[in-house]
Write a protein that binds this ligand. Sequence first.
Ligand code: FES
Length: 107
Amino acid sequence: MPVVTVEGEKSFEVAAGTKLVLAIEDAGIDIMHKCGGNARCTTCRVQILHGHPHEMTDIERERLAREAALGPDIRLSCQIRVESDLTVAVLQRSSLTGIPAGTRPMD
Ligand code: FES
C-alpha cells in the first residue's frame, strides 16, 4: 500500500485509490475541506514535498488557475487519489483558523 507522510505529523499506509484529504483526516490530522470535496474552496490544499500524484483533473486545474499566488506544487487534496508514496504539508487547518473543517468529502 502507498505511504502518505504529512510533514510534522506522521506517516501512514493508505489503500490505493483513497482520496488524499480523507486519508489525512482519517489519520487524525486536522485538514480543512469547506466545500465538501468539490474543488470550489481550495481549503484542502496541500504542498507536495515528495512523490508524484496523478495529473490534475480539469476541475482541479481550472480552480487552481484562479489562485495566482499558489505555486505549481500546491494541489487540492480532495481531487487526488493516492496511488503512490507522497509527502505533503497540510496548509489549512481548522484548529488554526477557528473555522469548522467542513462537510466530509465523499469517498
Ligand atoms: S476544494 Fe474544497 S474541499 Fe477541496
